[in-house]
Design a binder for this molecule. Sequence first.
Ligand SMILES: Nc1nc2c(ncn2[C@@H]2O[C@H](COP(=O)(O)OP(=O)(O)OP(=O)(O)O)[C@@H](O)[C@H]2O)c(=O)[nH]1
Ligand SMILES: [Mg+2]
Length: 191
Amino acid sequence: MNEEIEKAKEKGRIKRNIRIMIIGIPNVGKSSLINRLVNKKTAEVGNRPGVTKQKQWVRIGQGIELLDTPGVLWPKFEDSQVALNLAYVGAIKDEVMPKTDVAYQLLNLLYKKYKDKIILKYKLTEEEQNSIITQEGKNDIIKLMDIIAKKRGAIISGGEIDYEKISSIILNDFRTGKIGQITLEQINGNK
Ligand SMILES: Nc1nc2c(ncn2[C@@H]2O[C@H](COP(=O)(O)OP(=O)(O)OP(=O)(O)O)[C@@H](O)[C@H]2O)c(=O)[nH]1
Ligand SMILES: [Mg+2]
């Protein structure tokens, strides 16, 4: 056997494992994909960015090895809208962009671009819709958040709005598709 390997080596025909590196932005399911492929919970998964802390080789048999890697992001965002979109989908840590800010911006965007879906999801009456229009004809998104918070029980004792909680609810509704199918970026470049 050793002789055969030596011979193969001489001819440059040594069989090596196929190695595949899985890369992508944080929290998109890289580790989940690996676990599914090996049919085992080998890699740690979790619904937040930064779960995989270091590289890890996983054998999937038949001479194939996969490398799980921590999620990566661009070192710098030239366009702040790109950073916001990544935050909406859960690829940026709360410590970098606070959840309340992200949820506020997301609700603002959705109420502009997908108003019908927001009205339907949070059962906003005509009266409620009118109540958030300011004198300048703009939408008061904080007021909209307050209305949704009351409906979803995001209230702290004393009747104040629990903005952390309602932000989590809105982000979760969006990320799990409960608001509907949403496209953040258009291919024609319109934002
Ligand atoms: N809906 C849905 N959720 C998924 C899918 N794959 C993974 N998830 C969920 O997405 C979340 C992130 O999954 P991970 O596998 O930890 O993601 P990751 O890319 O390894 O994340 P980092 O290691 O933090 O970069 C987890 O809550 C998974 O359950 C999928 O195909 N569909
Ligand atoms: Mg991972």
